[in-house]
Design a binder for this molecule. Sequence first.
Ligand code: F6P
Length: 196
Amino acid sequence: ARKIWLTRHGESEYNVLKLIGGDSNISGEGEKYATALPKVLEARLPQGEATPLQVWTSTLKRTIQTAQHLPFAKLRWKALDEIDAGVCDGMTYEDIAEKMPEEFAARKSDKLGYRYPSGESYMDVIQRLEPVIIEIERQKDSVCIVAHQAILRVIYGYFMAVSPEEIPRLSIPLHTLIELTPMPDGQMSVQMLPVD
Ligand code: F6P
């Protein structure tokens, strides 16, 4: 059966420094994840079938590097790039709380609707991902999407019928392969596969 795999990029240099946004490289731990991923994924492919599989990444280095050892056809989508944090790109959450307390409070009280100055909101991201989601639904092949925290909250939330308000707080951990299997009744079965 067809599957949809979702994974965040391996740990990035910005993740280590707790900086948001940017276009940093993956860290040593991130590279370990990238190296482990082909075997983890291959173990999930239906045995004995030549399963066509496409790997979709964003245009940011950390997803391209994470997918680099996967021996499948690849596609880069700008629409899969992480939420644009605008003027807060490259800051920590502590920096924002300290230097822009009103912005910090506004985001906390309405994480779905809050738009970063010169950047995006989750609502904006939901809209920008619409063509990607339509394309996932149209695909007959299995697809493995290597993307980012906010992006995968939206895609996972869509397939799992999570209410929009809950989407920005879904947990999408690093170094975990999320496997979605469409069931005959239209439901999705989900398996979280942590990779140590
Ligand atoms: O911290 C990693 C990251 O992908 C940032 O680039 C991004 O701004 C953030 O996660 C999104 O998560 P949240 O919406 O919880 O801030």
